[in-house]
Design a protein. Structure first.
Length: 433
């Protein structure tokens, strides 16, 4: 048998084009005849007219081309799968953090929050957002911002309460989020003010707003060290308090929060490391109210826990005034960050400095081997302007304005000088003393 294909067979090119060999000539001839016929006047198939004479032309020759069944094999073009190369991790990792002091919503702040809500298109409820909005230029600019929520949120359907047993409106969490915070420490001397229902409500509300927290627990597992990731680095955040103001957690539910015990803190930090934490931050509710100087208890605990080498940063609250920033065993300890939001001072018991605070930013670098470097902290002074609706302001930014009154400028300058006396060596642009 002749192995060559017949004349009317199909040749396939690599692009899938089909050439019909042997039919091309016939196709061309037919096409030429069609074009010629299309130029003549429309007549019957067998007639043409010349003047008055009609002649009958012979019928055209019909060419019969036997139909050739052409079987065209299907060609499936397979595209090689695209390989996506995972981006190589970039080392070292640089992460920016921010921390602030006590968020303490006394009852006058609730009333102001109601007025704020009413002024917003006749709204109802509570709007604390303007009180913390002035901090956003610093807080929202970092990779991880941590607040300290000192008070419990009132259980649903129950009355709000202030000193000595706090239970505040849930909308305080909205303001915390709006300012740019990512999580809060919650262990404090007011943790148990509204019982376990207050703890549950606080954690539920924060969770519903997308805020993570350390220091309160609805279940035993929630008080244990946990990990979270920031810019590809694994963190653990632990939170402890010196007491519950004489209250006790229910028997068998001591896990609801955590009190300061150096051995427990070291054990928790070790647990966090075993889980894979590269950075461990410890928040401490400690110190003596109204005193700028750390107590012996603070110093002893700071020394013991940092000597373990397991903790990268210690953040302090509770004194309601600013306390120093120091290195203890090569670990930065922020002993006390003041009141970022409160109604203090309310009496002679509280100094003017209880209106002062700071947002402290810290840059952390983690290299490929997991070595953590914590840069020198930077303190951004703040002040609560009680006459402007209890708004927390960045003092240096306010002083840079040219539209404030002389009286307001004087109050801001006095606040700045008070803060400078405690944290002046850590102001933006300053160098180590």
């Amino acid at each position: 048998m002749d192995p060559r294909p017949p004349a009317a067979s199909v040749a396939l090119t690599r692009t899938g084009a089909v050439i019909l060999s042997g039919l091309m000539l016939i196709t061309t001839a037919c096409s030429s005849a069609d074009r010629a016929a299309s130029t003549a006047p429309a007549k019957s198939a067998a007639e043409t007219t010349t003047g008055a004479t009609t002649t009958t032309s012979p019928p055209p020759t019909s060419i019969s081309v036997p139909a050739t069944a052409v079987s065209v094999p299907t060609t499936t073009l397979t595209t090689a799968p695209t390989t996506t190369l995972a981006a190589e991790p970039v080392w070292p990792r640089h992460i920016s953090l921010a921390f602030s002091g006590d968020t303490l919503a006394h009852s006058p702040l609730w009333s102001q929050a109601q007025r704020n809500a009413a002024a917003t298109a006749g709204g109802t409820g509570y709007n604390f957002d303007p009180m913390l909005a002035g901090l956003a230029p610093v807080v929202a600019a970092v990779d991880l911002a941590v607040c300290h929520l000192e008070t419990a949120i009132a259980p649903e359907g129950e009355q709000f309460t202030t000193m000595p047993r706090f239970g505040v409106p849930e909308q305080i969490a909205d303001a915390i989020v709006a300012a740019g915070y990512d999580r809060c420490s919650t262990a404090s001397n007011h943790t148990a003010d509204r019982g376990t229902a207050g703890i549950d409500r606080t954690v539920n509300v924060l969770e519903s707003r997308g805020l993570e927290q350390s220091g309160m627990a609805r279940r035993p597992d929630e008080i244990r060290p946990k990990l979270f990731e920031v810019e590809g680095v694994s963190f653990s955040h632990l939170s402890y308090t010196f007491s519950y103001n004489g209250l006790s957690l229910p028997k068998g539910e001591e896990w609801r929060s955590a009190t300061i015990d150096p051995q427990r803190i070291i054990a928790d930090a070790a647990s966090a490391r075993s889980l894979g934490a590269q950075v461990v931050i410890v928040s401490m509710h400690w110190g003596a109210e109204g005193l700028h100087q750390p107590t012996g208890f603070q110093r002893n605990v700071a020394d013991e826990i940092t000597a373990s080498g397991l903790i990268d940063l210690v953040i302090g609250h509770h004194a309601h005034v600013l306390q120093p920033i120091e290195q203890v065993n090569d670990t930065w300890v922020l002993f006390g960050l003041g009141n970022i939001l409160s109604n203090l001072p309310t009496s002679d018991r509280w100094p003017a400095a209880s209106q002062d605070a700071a947002v402290v930013t810290v840059a952390i670098t983690v290299d490929e081997q997991g070595t953590v470097t914590v840069d020198r902290p930077v303190a951004h002074p703040t002040w609560v302007d009680k006459d402007a609706g209890w708004t927390a302001v960045l003092v240096e930014a306010e002083l840079a304005r040219n539209d404030i009154s002389a009286g307001q400028r004087g109050r801001l300058e006095r606040s700045l000088e008070r803060t400078r006396s405690i944290l002046g060596n850590f102001f933006p642009g300053t160098e180590a003393a």
